[in-house]
Design a binder for this molecule. Structure first.
Ligand code: PBG
Length: 278
């Protein structure tokens, strides 16, 4: 796990721009002192994400796109993506905060707003708000199909939410055994105005990518998540597998299943290799 401070952003972004990676995703590590049960740091225009967006837009204008997660888990003292009352996630109250979080990120210059929170009904409301503020060109990438997966653990450790998380996310993230719900979620988000839908995690959900792409013929991204990355890295470190070949095999599988784009922690390495092959 690497975390970059803002002054170190060029270390990674110069590489990304050079390899023609079209977009980077920003995730914040939030100091525990700034977390509370409302996740209010999400709405601070000087929070880490906002400062990072401004920094990148100033120095890399028109060179690379930025996408930002919309969810409260990096900011809440309980580690959940939404607000909680009596051990229950408050869907509609959470959406009110997410609308403002999206608006703030868009105003800072974020190109693609990516709600990963899994509340129901947030895409339409976020779209309406952005449109009303003349931010019509800001796109929405909905994490429409996000399973309640154990593959997110390294990410939760990196953003510092793992040790705070009480319970699990099964009431708002999807049941791993259900595929019909995936299609319903995607249909709703498209209707509400999403520009892109995402399936997450990747390799264990190739059937879902395939079904969605076949059913909707709509821009469909997939996210090779932190656990997938870490498993390959750990096995390669032990000499069990050839990292480069495995990575290409898995990324090819995403494309074969129908993914139009892939979010991957391997992006810089893979892009470098592909560039040197040409
Ligand atoms: C938070 C969020 C998560 C990831 C992206 N956004 C974790 C979670 O839902 O617990 C996971 C990404 C990864 O594992 O790489 N809403």
């Amino acid at each position: 796990v690497y975390r970059y401070s803002i002054d170190n952003i060029p270390l990674i972004l110069n590489k990304a721009v050079n390899y023609k990676i079209p977009m980077v995703a920003i995730f914040p590590y939030t100091n525990q002192k700034l977390k509370n049960k409302f996740g209010s740091e999400a709405l601070n225009e000087n929070n880490l994400v906002c400062r990072a967006i401004r920094y990148i837009k100033k120095r890399y204008k028109n060179k690379i796109g930025i996408m930002c997660d919309v969810a409260l888990d990096p900011y809440t003292s309980h580690g959940h993506d939404g607000l909680i009352k009596k051990d229950q996630i408050l869907n509609d109250e959470t959406i009110e905060v997410l609308i403002n979080q999206s608006l703030l990120q868009a105003e800072m210059g974020c190109d693609v707003i990516a709600p990963s929170d899994m509340m129901d009904g947030r895409i339409g409301k976020i779209r309406k708000k952005l449109d009303s503020k003349n931010l019509k060109d800001v796109q929405i990438l909905s994490y429409a199909v996000k399973y309640s997966s154990s593959f997110y653990e390294p990410f939760r450790n990196a953003v510092g939410s793992k040790k705070l998380l009480k319970g699990d996310k099964k009431t708002y993230q999807m049941d791993i055994s259900n595929s019909d719900e995936a299609l319903r979620e995607v249909a709703m988000d498209i209707q509400e105005g999403a520009d892109i839908v995402m399936v997450k995690p990747g390799i264990s959900y190739l059937d879902i990518i395939y079904k969605i792409k076949s059913e909707f013929n709509f821009p469909t991204f997939t996210y090779q998540v932190s656990g997938e990355y870490s498993m390959i890295k750990a096995a390669a470190d032990k000499g069990f597998i050839n990292e480069e070949e495995i990575v290409i095999e898995q990324l090819t599988a995403f494309k074969r299943a129908g993914a139009d784009a892939i979010l991957s922690y391997f992006a810089p390495e893979v892009a470098q290799k592909l560039k040197s092959r040409n």
